[in-house]
Write a protein that binds this ligand. Structure first.
Ligand SMILES: [Mg+2]
Length: 406
């Protein structure tokens, strides 16, 4: 068996990238020159990528059924072009959900950087295809680069990304999530979120089903009859536990229940859906568009929760929404605990698609500090989509100086 060096391996990948358009290296260049000659303007080239580990402290540990999150150990990328335009992106590895770590993601970020230099940032589809092999181990890094490319294209076009994608939703509602705790503590949190204007509360469950019913009862009591309540079991229940709990939660008028059972069990998810009085949303069962297709073919859920960090960015998130919409399945866009950089990219996805009915984009609310300038704003649970060209978001230059480039 012949061993190839990492450098040679990356060279092979780069050739695959050039060939993705079935043009080959010379053909690709000729094709781009032709495009430029056709009035599309000067061809822009990616000249460099800056990669930074970005660690953000959170107020208190955030507990879900499958683990506890104690910090956001993210990665920031800045993709530079010869036009002076810089695209920004963020990866938020979520070990309990995607199995990613910051160290692994930094390695993937370096490898993808090698593939990007010299490329045309507007060729987003080719880029996403070229990075597809990284979706299995580092989907959040693919997401970071994908959103950075859209940021560049939007700036070149003079359009905010959601309008570039054909959308026109200028604002929409987000929920606010209550982390797992004792029922009374969760009720107090929910009441505080309501007082801050959030109209919909997402309640983490997925532990002992009887306590979970108490959690939902306590939150309903605390927020009153008008507030929306949705729940998320994060794979924590067995099929019988899920059916038992959801039937007892019926009086509390739950909008939907996310991922009641383990991610790989589509038959189990369908069994719950068939017996539950509460609509079922797939979350961990859907990373990529292929997963969405399997879910709708199995008729295993009423809704799908899209996350850029699972799907690998904006391009694949939109594809998931299209697949779901073709099966009359509406979507939500959710998040890990990323900063407002990646959250703003998610905001653009929601704003671009009528089939995305729900949003759970509150990850940054858990952070001790917000080192991000511009981006979306939020008032009374309503997200206002930024109208600046591109993503319309950046990190605070003073904060950027404190990060270590690798
Ligand atoms: Mg979820």
């Amino acid at each position: 068996m012949t061993m190839i060096s990492r450098k040679d391996f990356l060279k092979t990948l780069a050739l695959g990238f050039a060939g993705a358009g079935a043009l080959g290296r010379r053909g690709l260049a000729a094709g781009l020159d032709q495009a430029a000659a056709g009035g599309l303007g000067r061809r822009v080239k990616i000249t460099g990528v800056d990669i930074y580990p970005m660690d953000l402290a959170i107020k208190e540990p955030f507990r879900i059924a499958i683990g506890t999150i104690t910090a956001a150990n993210d990665i920031l990328v800045r993709v530079r072009t010869d036009a002076g335009i810089i695209g920004i992106g963020e990866a938020c590895p979520a070990p309990p959900i995607t199995g990613e770590t910051q160290a692994g993601c930094l390695a993937a970020a370096r490898d993808i950087r090698t593939l990007l230099i010299g490329r045309d940032p507007t060729a987003v589809e080719s880029a996403v295809r070229a990075f597809a092999m990284f979706l299995h181990t580092a989907p959040s890094v693919v997401a970071a680069y994908d959103m950075a490319l859209y940021d560049i294209v939007g700036q070149m076009a003079g359009l905010p990304v959601f309008r570039l994608l054909g959308g026109d939703k200028a604002s929409f509602e987000t929920d606010r999530t209550v982390s797992l705790a004792a029922p009374e503590a969760m009720a107090a949190k929910a009441r505080a979120f309501r007082a801050r204007g959030f109209r919909t509360i997402k309640v983490k469950v997925g532990q002992d089903p009887a306590t979970d019913v108490d959690r939902v009862a306590a939150v309903r009591e605390a927020v009153g009859p008008e507030a929306g309540i949705r729940i998320d079991a994060n794979q924590g229940w067995s099929v019988p536990q899920a059916v038992w709990a959801l039937q007892r939660m019926e009086p509390f008028r739950i909008q939907f229940a996310e991922q009641p059972v383990v991610a790989w069990d589509l038959a189990g998810l369908k069994a719950v859906k068939d017996r539950s009085p509460v609509p079922i949303m797939a979350d961990e069962a859907c990373f990529r568009p292929e997963d969405a297709l399997k879910l709708v073919q199995a008729e295993a859920c009423h809704y799908i929760n899209i996350k850029l960090m699972k799907a690998g960015g904006i391009f694949n998130s939109v594809r998931i929404s299209h697949i779901a919409e073709s099966a009359n399945v509406a979507c939500m866009v959710g998040c890990m605990n990323e900063s407002r950089v990646a959250l703003t990219a998610a905001v653009h996805v929601v704003a671009s698609q009528r089939n995305i009915l729900f949003a759970d984009l509150d990850g940054n609310e858990e952070h001790l500090a917000d080192p991000v300038v511009d981006g979306f704003t939020i008032r009374d649970g309503e997200i206002i989509v930024p109208e600046k060209p591109g993503l319309g978001v950046d990190v605070d230059p003073a904060f950027l100086k404190t990060l270590k480039k690798i």
